[in-house]
Design a protein around this ligand. Sequence first.
Ligand code: SAM
Length: 283
Amino acid sequence: MTLDENWFSETHQDMAFSLRIRGKLHEEQTPFQKIEVYDTVSFGKLMVIDGCVMLTDRDNFIYHEMMAHPVLFAHPNPKNVLIIGGGDCGTLREVLKHDCVQRATQVDIDERVTRVSEQFFPQLCESNDDPRADLRFDDGIAHVKNAEPGSIDVIVIDSTDPVGPAEGLFSTSFYKDCRRALASDGLLVQQSESPLLHTDSIIRPMHDSLRAADFLDMLTLHFPQASYPSGWWTATIAAKDATVCFHREEAAEELPFHTDYYNAAIQRAAPATPEFFRRKLFA
Ligand code: SAM
């Protein structure tokens, strides 16, 4: 079948993911990237940055919940959270569901992503006025470099792919700065792309860089994400000085807020390691 102009397609490594569209709702070139929003027939609204799917109405809940809840329930008492990237504000909304979080600072390099999200994805931005939320528009790399040592409990790196402004967010020097900014029981989580497509090119080098930055332990979580290349995605948690474990398992069992994907059983299952992945990462 040949696709006509009524389809959006993201091509990646000689594959394509396509959604039939009713039309393009928005397009702009910011100083950092090109942002587009489409109205799709089956996945609701779709945000695209530089040709890559960022989120859809239909499946963003999986990504945002998996970026926020496993790491926050793995920390004994997360009070001060820093989100790098995340301009659509979906991860921020999930982080703020945790009553123990006293401050959630979000630092995205591109204010336009947040303004476009407020316009087209208002449900993701519904916690932006929470008094605990602090939205800043700056380079996450510089922000972490200048952060007070030992001041942050959890860093969530909700970035675009490791090209353009996000490239440095996957580097050893950035992870060293993150480690310095974290308290001794601090944790970091980063979206870590597809195990099927990026284990050699991104996930393994990310583990190597985190180790080189002296993080003591890493755990990669797996989850489905239909609208991302291959439909299978990961988030990698790294612990500054401890082993990554499910510290607040009891609290997660009695989940005190609504989710659509995350629960305690998902957190226990998500680190299960497929054989090819185990061999490539740990053999
Ligand atoms: N869920 C998405 C994905 O994996 O495709 C990521 C979503 S979020 C919109 C990614 C954000 O990272 C973008 O808004 C982009 O502006 C931001 N970003 C990229 N590089 C950055 C940097 N150096 N500092 C802060 N934010 C950055």
